[in-house]
Every structure is written in structure tokens, then in C-alpha cells.
Design a protein around this ligand. Structure first.
Ligand code: PLP
Length: 384
């Protein structure tokens, strides 16, 4: 099956009656006489905190899209991340993460220090990060393919190769890039994580997460930890997420195209002092992005507004079409103020180094007509 068909058709529908859409098994329990029956992948099917067949088509598609051995759906991106880390870490673990990561992820991973786990962070640039790997000798390396909100791009294959040389496991959050730009497991990552609340579900209407694993051993471990922690996705969310995933390829194509046009438009705007987009040759990691992603560079654009915080607030107030809100990845465009949302948990001194200041605005570009988006940005900037 060719890649564009995978989100639409990349699963088996085991329904007895041949319904085109896989059924929703809205049930807490399954009939069990003595031993439990098994799900299609051989795990116990008895209680929906452990395994529910509604999730399986979604998990199959995600495993295929990310080139993994198996996938697990969770009730949020953070549920996926916490389950992955709790399953992989032990008392002797040493973590290395980029100082710019999703705020709640940084909070979670730094909180693990209370269990004796050593937590190290490094600037999100491949060379600096690799140097830090060599000096801190981590047992687990975590990266986000494209960071948030300054959109740094890691040379994913290089980071994974160094991690392997050092005997470390690599976990990649591929939420921003999606498997349409890169599949880190192909380059040797052990686990790929997603907030499916973003591009995969794609409609700003459902919270979810996923972990795609590279081996059967990791699959067994993940299944047990998901069941113990109770972090599994619910059936209705799985249905909505699969429904969203089916259009991932076409949505993301349009979103990337719109984002590139908006990045170019903002570059010319007098109220904007800087535009950050991996598809602009001025971006410090443009070369890496081009090498890894080809001709698509994601659908998030960050920019700096002239006039600092008061200008930013006026801009958000003035938007008529684009919604001022956290989150990203859906069909509706959203404008976010990183210092009060996703980047708030990043240490102040790190925010200074990264340039996450009061003038920074992040746009998640949707699938609206790009002219409407540009007109809205233009009129909101004119009000500043
Ligand atoms: C890159 C990234 N990873 C993980 C998460 C957490 O996902 P969720 O909000 O679905 O728990 C987010 C949420 O914004 C994110 O942007």
C-alpha cells in the first residue's frame, strides 16, 4: 500500500457485518469464562482499561505510518509521555532533553528527579546537543523533531546514531513534524510519541496521545504499563481520532503550503521584526529541515511583533478569523502566546537564551483559504 493510502486504509476491519467504518465497542468489559480471550495482537481482551478493539484500527494505522512494530493509543499526549517514561526509566537513569520542549513535558521529566533520576537539559541544536550527550552519558535521550515555539529542527538521524553509540534509548516526540515529514523509527529511534490532539486527530475536538514502539519487547512493556497506569484512550476518542487521521495527508499538505505563504507574507510586514519558519532560508536549521523533510516544513510559524507585550495583546484582541488559543495542528488556524502557555514552564533563564520573549507569537496554520488568513493577520497587525 502506498503511503497516502495508509491513513485511509491502513488497518484491518474485523467487523462481522462488513461495516465500512470499524465499530465502536462502548463497553467496560468482555465476556470471560476462565481464561480471557485475546485481541487481534494477542493481548488479553477482558477489560477496557487494558485493551479495547475500537483502538486497534487507529493503532494499526499509527504503527504503519511511523514504521513501527506496534502502537498504543492514550487518553492524552501527556498520558503517552508519562507512560513511556515510567516504563523505560529506573533508579539509575540519566535523562537528556532539549531545554526547549513542550512545557508540561519538561515539568514531568524534571519532576522525576525526586525519584533519583538525573535530569539534564541542553540547547536545541544538534551539535550542542550531541556534545552534551557525550559529556552527560544519558541512558535515555528525548527530543522533539521540531521544537516549540522557536521551531528548531534536530538532525534526528545524527542524534539517534550518537545515542546508539553511547548505548542510550531515544524517544522522539514527532507531534510537530508528523509522520508525513519524518519517521524517526526508520532512523533507529526506539519510541515515537504523539499528542494526537494535534495534527493526527486534526480538528481541535479531541484530546489523545500515542506511542509507537520499534520492537515486540517494547510493545509488551508498553501494554502492561498502560494497563497499570490506566492511561488508555477511550473508545469514542479513538473513533474520532481515526476519523481525523484519515485526512492527515491532504490536511497537512494544505497546512504546510498555507504556512509557507504566511511565513513569506509576514517576512515583508512592517509590524513584524522577525519570522521563524524552518522553510525560510534564514532559519538556522533550514539545511537540516530541507535534508530531512524535502519540500514541506510543517505548519507552525512563529514571529516577533514590534511593540512587545502590549502589541501582542492588541494583536490577539484584533483577530477576527484566527482564534487566539493554545494548541495547534487542527483545521482552524490558531494564534498562541507562548510565554503564557506552552513555554511558561520553561525556566526564565532558558527562555532568554532561546528568545522566547514577550514579542513572540506562534501561529498554527489551518486549512482556511490563505488569502483570508493573510487579510486577518494584516488587519490585526494594522490595529497594533
Ligand atoms: C509537542 C507536544 N507534545 C506533547 C503535548 C501534550 O499533549 P496533550 O495536550 O495531548 O496531552 C503537546 C501539547 O501541546 C505538544 O505540543
Amino acid at each position: 500500500m502506498r503511503r497516502a493510502s495508509v491513513p485511509v486504509r491502513g488497518y484491518r476491519n474485523l467487523d462481522l457485518y462488513g461495516s465500512l467504518q470499524p465499530p465502536i465497542y462502548q463497553t467496560a468489559v468482555f465476556r470471560m469464562v476462565g481464561e480471557a480471550t485475546k485481541s487481534d495482537r494477542g493481548f488479553d481482551l477482558k477489560y477496557s482499561r487494558e485493551e479495547n478493539p475500537t483502538l486497534r484500527p487507529l493503532e494499526e494505522v499509527l504503527a504503519k505510518l511511523e514504521n513501527g512494530e506496534d502502537a498504543f493509543a492514550f487518553n492524552s499526549g501527556m498520558a503517552a509521555l508519562s507512560t513511556v517514561f515510567l516504563s523505560l526509566l529506573d533508579a539509575n537513569s540519566v535523562l537528556l532533553v532539549p531545554m526547549e520542549s513542550y512545557g508540561a513535558t519538561l515539568r514531568l521529566l524534571s519532576s522525576l528527579e525526586k525519584f533519583g533520576i538525573r535530569f539534564n537539559k541542553a540547547y536545541p541544536d544538534t551539535e550542542v546537543f550531541i556534545e552534551e550527550m557525550k559529556s552527560t552519558k544519558p541512558s535515555i535521550v528525548f527530543i522533539e523533531t521540531i521544537t516549540n515555539p522557536t521551531l528548531k529542527v534536530f538532525d534526528v538521524p545524527e542524534v539517534i546514531k550518537t545515542a546508539k553509540d553511547l548505548g542510550a534509548v531515544t524517544v522522539v516526540d514527532n507531534t510537530f513534524a508528523t509522520p508525513m515529514l519524518i519517521t524517526p523509527i526508520t532512523h533507529g529511534a526506539e519510541v515515537v510519541v504523539h499528542s494526537t490532539s494535534k495534527y493526527l486527530a486534526g480538528h481541535n475536538d479531541v484530546i489523545g496521545g500515542a506511542a509507537v514502539v520499534s520492537t515486540k519487547e517494547l510493545s509488551d512493556v508498553m501494554w502492561v504499563w498502560r494497563a497499570m497506569l490506566g492511561t488508555i484512550m477511550q473508545p469514542m476518542e479513538a473513533y474520532l481520532t481515526l476519523r481525523g487521521v484519515k485526512t492527515l495527508d491532504v490536511r497537512f499538505e494544505r497546512q504546510c503550503k498555507n504556512a509557507r505563504a504566511i511565513a513569506e507574507f509576514l517576512t515583508e510586514h512592517s509590524k513584524v521584526s522577525d519570522v521563524i519558519y524552518p522553510g525560510l532560508p534564514t532559519h538556522p536549521h533550514y539545511g537540516i529541515a530541507k535534508k530531512l523533510f524535502g519540500d514541506k516544513f510543517g505548519a507552525v510559524v512563529s514571529f516577533r511583533i514590534r511593540g512587545g507585550r502590549s502589541a501582542a495583546v492588541k494583536f490577539f484582541e484584533s483577530l477576527k478569523l484566527i482564534t487566539p488559543s493554545p494548541s495547534l495542528g487542527g483545521v482552524e488556524s490558531i494564534a498562541t502566546y507562548p510565554i503564557t502557555s506552552a513555554a511558561a514552564p520553561i525556566a526564565e533563564e532558558d527562555r532568554k537564551i532561546l528568545g522566547i520573549d514577550e514579542d513572540l507569537i506562534r501561529l498554527s496554520v489551518g486549512i482556511e483559504d490563505v488569502q483570508d488568513l493573510m487579510e486577518d493577520l494584516d488587519q490585526a497587525l494594522a490595529n497594533v
